[in-house]
Structure formats: C-alpha cells, structure tokens
Design a protein around this ligand. Structure first.
Ligand SMILES: Nc1ncnc2c1ncn2[C@@H]1O[C@H](COP(=O)(O)OP(=O)(O)O)[C@@H](O)[C@H]1O
Ligand SMILES: [Mg+2]
Length: 235
C-alpha cells in the first residue's frame, strides 16, 4: 500500500487485516518515543480513545516489536474509500444523483469533524486521504486513520483547529471548489457552538488561503510522462 516515509503498510484481503510497520527514524525520535510512548503505541491508544468517544478508528488486534527499534500493528480493515478519492472520482460527475451525494458527503463530514473538534480532539494529520468514508444504509460513516499524533485539548486553541482545517483543505480546487468547501464549513461550524462569528470567519478564510498557497499551482497531469524538474526546483 502507499504509505508515508518510515512506515510500511500491507493488506491481507482474506483476513481483512492491515499490517503497519513503524520503522526506525533517528536516535532523537527513539528518545522521544521512550518519553511519550512509541508511534505504534500512540496510534493504538489514540484510536481506542476515539472509539470510546464514539468516533470510528481502526481496531487494533495484534502488535509488537520488530528486531531493531521498529514496531508493528495489525488493525482490522475499516470500510470505505478515502475522502479525497470520493471527491475526485466517486462523486465528481455533474448529474443530480452524484451532486446530491457529494453534498451529503460534505455535510456529513463537516458535522462529523465538527463533533470531533467540539469534543476537544485534534487530529494529527487530517488530510482527506486519512479519512475513510463508507456509505451504509444511505448514511456516510467515517473512519479516522493515522491517529499517531492526535491530541485532546479543552478548550481547544484556535491555532490547532486552524491546522486541522488547513489539512482538510489540502485538495486542488479542481477536486473541491470554493462553494463545496463552504458546504463543509457550515456543517462544521454548527457543531462549534463556542466559536464567535469572527473566529469562524477567520478560520474559514485562513484555512482556505493557506492550504491553496501550499498546494502546487498546477495539478500534475496523470497521463503525462514524469516531469524533468530536479528536487530543488522552485514551486
Ligand atoms: N485498518 C485499516 N482499514 C482500512 N484502510 C487502512 C487501514 N490501515 C491502513 N489503511 C490504508 O492504508 C493507508 C496507509 O495507512 P496509514 O495508517 O494512513 O499510514 P501512513 O502513516 O503511511 O499514512 C491508509 O490511508 C488507508 O488507505
Ligand atoms: Mg495516512
């Protein structure tokens, strides 16, 4: 499976199990792990905390240490497809049925993430690829992946909410337009009772602005040859 640096992810389709290896990073990271708990342990405990609070996260079934300083964790395969794929492929057509489904997805996701934030949970890496969405009995069900760096802060500092909203906004405009972003945001906002109108406005505008600034200006053409830019070329 595609995964980030220092992790390896594999799926056993017959057993419906995901296997994730947390590889050794650096002596400093290992030292941090002895203080704060290893990444695998935090992924497991943070997922359990989410489940206890009524948010879906992968269920852990088996874990342990690898030779060296790495660790592994088996989780039950959660249903659904990542939200970025939903928006880019599954509900991307302009026919009424897909448009309605798309709005339902954005509204449900906004409510879900709003509930999570209202309960003080900040996700460590809330990019749309880390949220699985499954349609079940006409309702969306979400599962939060990559819970290694989640935290809980009540009251939640605005900068942490902003960070999560920027991560969520990390989609090209072609995949998620401005009106759709506002659909998500309005549902999110309804769950955030404590937020003043001014704070909400700033969060919406800043998360949008900063995410778009970080995205590459031109989406890579998927059917073209790889570009010849060197690693140091400016974006
Ligand atoms: N329990 C699971 N259920 C469903 N999909 C999973 C599960 N674990 C991992 N995946 C899939 O593998 C991908 C990579 O796993 P993830 O935990 O996000 O690793 P990384 O830290 O490399 O991003 C996820 O985005 C998801 O698509
Ligand atoms: Mg991930």
């Amino acid at each position: 499976m595609k995964s980030s640096a220092y992790t390896r992810v594999a799926l056993n389709r017959e057993l419906h199990l995901y296997y994730k290896e947390y590889l050794n990073r650096s002596p400093a990271a290992n030292l941090k792990a002895t203080v704060r708990g290893s990444r695998a342990t935090r992924a497991r405990l943070n997922a359990e905390a989410l489940l206890l609070m009524g948010f879906d996260a992968p269920h852990s079934v088996l874990w342990g240490k690898l030779p060296g300083a790495g660790e592994y964790l088996f989780t039950v395969a959660a249903p659904g497809e990542p939200v970025d794929r939903w928006l880019r492929e599954t509900v991307a057509a302009r026919d009424p049925a897909q448009l309605q489904r798309r709005r339902q997805l954005l509204h449900s996701l906004g409510t879900y993430i709003g509930r999570m934030h209202a309960s003080g949970i900040i996700h460590g890496d809330l990019r749309p690829g880390n949220i699985l969405a499954a349609l079940m009995q006409d309702q969306f069900r979400f599962t939060l992946m990559n819970n290694e760096r989640n935290s809980r802060r009540v009251p939640t500092p605005g900068r942490l909410l902003l960070r999560n909203l920027i991560q969520l906004n990390m989609l090209p405009l072609a995949d998620l337009g401005r009106t759709d972003r506002m659909r998500f945001f309005r549902a999110w906002r309804r769950q955030m009772r404590e937020l003043s109108a001014v704070e909400a406005k700033i969060l919406a505008a800043e998360s949008y602005r900063r995410a778009l600034r970080r995205l590459p200006t031109k989406p890579p053409a998927s059917d073209s040859a790889p570009t010849v830019e060197g690693p140091g070329s400016p974006r």
